[in-house]
Structure formats: C-alpha cells, structure tokens
Write a protein of this length. Structure first.
Length: 273
C-alpha cells in the first residue's frame, strides 16, 4: 500500500494516466492525494474530473483556485475567461453531479507529518489551525446557502489574517491564502500579483515566498503544495512543491509519501504558446 500526492493536473488527463501507469497505481491498495486545480487550461477537464470523482475513497482532493473558478462560473457569478477549458463540464449531462462532488472537497488535508494545501499557509497558522479554518470554509461550501459565499468570493481584501475576522471577510482570507498565496510579508500580508519564480531583485520589497517566512507556525510539518508553476518542482526539508507545469508543456509530478520518491511524466504535447 502506498500514498501518492499528485500536483496540478488542470485537465491534463493523458499525462495523468501515464503517471499512474509509471508507478503502477492500484486503486484497491494505493491512495492518491490531489493538490488542487484538477481542472481548467488543459484539454480534458471533463474527463479528468469524472475520472478522479470515480476513484471514490482511493482519492483525496483539495480545491485549487481553478476548481473554485469552475464553481463560481457555474453559479453565474463570473464568466468563462480566455483560455478556460471548463465549458465542457458546464455543458455535460452529469454537470450537477460533478459540481456537487467538487464542492464537497476540502481546502486542506493532513495525515501524520504531511499536510497538503493548494497554494500556501499564512505564517500565523500551524497545521491544526489550518485544518480548523479549512473546515470552516467547507461547512459553508457544503451548505444549502453556498452560492451566497461564491457570490462574494472574489476579491483581495482583507490581505491580513486576524482571528477576530468574521463572516465572508474571514472566509475570503482563508480561501485566498490556501488557493492563491505565493508571497507574503513577515506579518502575513498577502501579495497577489507576483507569479514569476522567486528572485530577490524581482519580488516586491518586504515580501518573501510564504514558505521562507522565518518562524512560521507550520514549520513542524511537511507542507505539500502546488499552484506556483514558475517555481516548479521544489523539495526542501519541510516543503514540497509539485506544480511542475504540466499544462505548460513541462512535467506532471507525483510524490510517494512512504519514501519521498518522485515520479514524473513529460507533458510536451501540451506546450502552450
């Protein structure tokens, strides 16, 4: 039995199948963790979503910004953007079943010394608090009134965490950190514009990659994340980035938790220009 964590698939179904073949995935014995962004930008978003949903208990998924974008568009609060490939899901006969399943997924998952989030954690949050905050958002997304939250989900404010935050402001900070974060300041102010690889001469002054913030509260766990394609695959003692840019024609990556072995398959046919 083994557990494999897979980076941003983004509708790249053929590379996903090759990757599963590479490590001989057996759904009867093995488990898959998906680090968010299951869909969008790749050519087979509908096929990917159906496949992962049908894995049932052998798959654990968290939500990424593209997955939430699908839910927001489906609810009628945003339009499909140039480059989106979610239209086939919205037109599918099993659309409602797929969307219902998607909004049941979490923002954060942890087991033993490993934790998984799509983008990052604010420096104030240890993994126990992150789990509790993810559960807060989950309760709202899974409620009958979830569309009220999706209606006001988009936005960059507030940019700081405060335990006293309430309502949609509180939920928006949690979602933004866990699905959009790349850089933040020492006190946890989030920056949403920078998307390049980390470089001290290019990053905004006083901002660092979230995982390089000294004394962040989540240091005691190994955080596995995706979202940052220009950062690419990264493995340090307590952080692992698995977004190796499959949708941009690079690689799709998986990590086997038991021995931290990395598996990768090429995605050259998907190169975008």
């Amino acid at each position: 039995m083994a557990t494999y964590v897979i980076g941003d698939v983004q509708g790249c179904f053929d590379p996903l199948c090759r990757l599963l073949d590479l490590f001989e995935f057996n759904p009867a014995n093995d488990s898959l963790w998906f680090a968010g962004d299951l869909v969008n930008r790749g050519p087979q978003s509908l096929q990917t979503l159906r496949f992962i949903k049908n894995l049932g208990a052998s798959a654990t998924c968290i939500l990424g910004n593209h997955d939430l974008h699908l839910l927001v568009v489906a609810a009628g609060f945003s339009k499909i953007k140039k480059g989106d490939t979610i239209g086939e899901i919205l037109d599918a006969p099993d659309r409602e079943e797929l969307l219902e399943w998607l909004r049941q997924q979490k923002l954060f998952h942890r087991k033993n010394e490993f934790a998984m989030v799509h983008a990052g954690l604010l420096p104030q949050w240890d993994v126990s608090q992150a789990q509790a905050l993810s559960d807060e958002v989950g309760l709202v997304l899974q409620s009958d009134d979830y569309k009220e939250f999706l209606r006001v989900l988009y936005g960059n404010e507030p940019r700081h965490w405060d335990n006293a935050l309430t309502g949609f402001d509180r939920l928006r900070v949690i979602v933004n950190a866990m699905t959009r974060l790349r850089l933040c300041s020492l006190n946890g102010e989030m920056e949403f514009q920078y998307k390049l690889a980390p470089h001290p001469l290019q990053m905004p002054i006083d901002f660092l990659p979230w995982f390089d913030i000294p004394h962040r509260a989540s240091l005691s766990s190994t955080i596995i994340f995706g979202h940052w394609a220009s950062l690419g695959f990264l493995q340090k003692d307590n952080v692992i980035c698995l977004d190796s840019g499959c949708v941009w024609g690079r690689k799709l990556s998986a990590l086997r938790l038991e021995d931290r072995r990395i598996f990768q398959t090429g995605c050259e046919a998907l190169a975008r220009h």
